[in-house]
Structure formats: C-alpha cells, structure tokens
Design a protein around this ligand. Structure first.
Ligand code: FPP
Length: 244
C-alpha cells in the first residue's frame, strides 16, 4: 500500500465478483494456545461460516475457499481424518447453517480419492442448495490447480481425438469450460492469511488477473472487518488486465 486510508468503507457497486481465500494458519493458531491442531481447524471452520455469511450479506457472488489440497494427504493420518470429518459435518449441517442463508454450496476438486460417504454427501448438499440465489461457495476439496488443468486437458484431448479436431483449434475457452469452475468468472481478489505469500497450487488458471491481498492474521482470527479491509483495498487498486 502506498497510502493509508482513513476508512475501510466499501463501495457496494464495485465489489469483487469472485473472491478466493487461502485459509492458512489454523495450526499456528492452535499451537499458540497450547491446543492440538484439530482445535485450530475447528476454529477455522467457525471463522469460515462467519466470513461466508458476511460476504453473502455484502453481495459477493462467488467465494472459493481452499479447504483441502491434493498435497494435504501428506499430513498425519489423524489430521487428515479430522479435516475430513469437519468437512463432512460442514456439508451435513449446510441445511441448518449456510443454506439457510441462501448459499449455494459446491465442491471443486478430484472426487475419486474421497470416501464413498463423502462423495455421496457432496452430491446431496450440492443438490440441496442448487436453487439458492445467494453467494456460490466453492469448497476446494482434494483440489490442486495443476490437477485441474491436467484434468481439463485430458478431456480436450479425448474429445479432439473422437472428433478429429486439430491441436490448433484448441482455445483458452476450451480449457476454461472444462475447469471445475466452468461457467464462473475468474477470481478478482485473492486473500491469504497467516503471513505466507504464495499460491500453493490454488486456482492457477483463475487467478491470472486477481488482486492479491495478504494479512499476518491467522485464519481463525480473521474477522468480517478484515474482509471489509481486503475489499476496500481491492477497490483502491488500478486494474489494467495487461492494458494501459
Ligand atoms: C491451513 O492451515 C488450513 C488447512 C489446510 C485447512 C483449512 C480448513 C479449514 C479452515 C476448516 C475446515 C474447512 C471447512 C470447509 C469445514 P494449516 O493447518 O496449514 O496451518 P499452519 O500453517 O499454521 O500449520
């Protein structure tokens, strides 16, 4: 930032349409309190509910949250199991919590490595919330940006071979329409908490022109006021999309 603003007032007519959130720092939040990492993830899930509710109230149309990456399987089994059970609870309780607030819930990522039970619940929650008219919340679950692009390219190759299409006919639109987020706009604002400033394989295609916003706050400490600050900063950036 080159200047300090006096307020974090948001112009509701110029909201980012799609925000991406890398919810980092749950483990450190728990460690600071002498708690197990699972307590950090639980607090992180609570924080997520509040932030999605706020984003929805503000009128944000899409939010993609990084819940479990294709690399997170490398964590200790007990932590992976705990994260999966939190995700399961989140999906099961969607009816009482977020869906009640008109949220459309979708899962993006590769499903084949997930348990049968989880796969079934995802379909159920997606089906249950699909006619809601509020924010679309994409839960990135077993998600990797490279994996998503590989998945899209494979589909294109299969179809091209079947249709006798030439490689030169393939366009960026062909890739876009085969991403897990097909039909949704690119990410405008990418938020990452906990002081880390990297993408970690998150939405590599969709963040091409995203404004990036970082905070040292750990995810469970991230409050609606922080979301306001991120959006207000976003509204003071000059976006040129490669132009002048
Ligand atoms: C990164 O913190 C966070 C994750 C790997 C998981 C994010 C999950 C949640 C916020 C809760 C569950 C989500 C849903 C949708 C119910 P970290 O564990 O890497 O923290 P550290 O870097 O401090 O160790």
């Amino acid at each position: 930032m080159f200047f300090k603003r006096k307020t974090d007032e948001i112009d509701k007519t110029r909201l980012p349409v799609h925000i991406g959130i890398i919810m980092d720092g749950n483990g450190r939040w728990a460690k600071k309190r002498g708690l197990p990492r699972s307590a950090g993830h639980k607090a992180g899930a609570e924080s997520l509910k509040k932030i999605i509710t706020e984003a929805n109230n503000l009128g944000i149309k899409y939010a993609t949250v990084y819940a479990f990456s294709t690399e997170n399987w490398k964590r200790p089994k007990a932590e992976v199991d705990y994260l999966m059970s939190l995700l399961m609870d989140y999906l099961v309780n969607a009816e009482k919590t977020l869906a009640g607030e008109n949220v459309v819930i979708r899962a993006i990522g590769s499903r084949k490595e997930l348990s049968e039970e989880m796969r079934r619940q995802i379909v159920k929650t997606e089906e249950f919330t699909k006619n809601n008219t509020g924010i679309v919340m994409n839960i990135a679950l077993n998600y990797g940006g490279r994996d998503e692009i590989v998945h899209a390219v494979r589909e294109i190759c299969r179809e091209a071979a079947a249709e006798g299409k030439s490689a030169d006919d393939i366009t960026a639109g062909d890739i876009e329409s085969r991403l897990y987020t097909a039909g949704q706009p690119d990410v405008d604002l990418l938020i990452r908490t906990s002081g880390e400033q990297r993408l970690s394989n998150f939405m590599l295609w969709q963040v091409s022109y995203a404004e990036m916003w970082f905070t040292d706050k750990l995810w469970p400490d991230f409050k609606p006021a922080d979301l306001h600050r991120a959006i207000a900063d976003f509204q003071h950036r000059g976006r040129r999309f490669g132009g002048v």
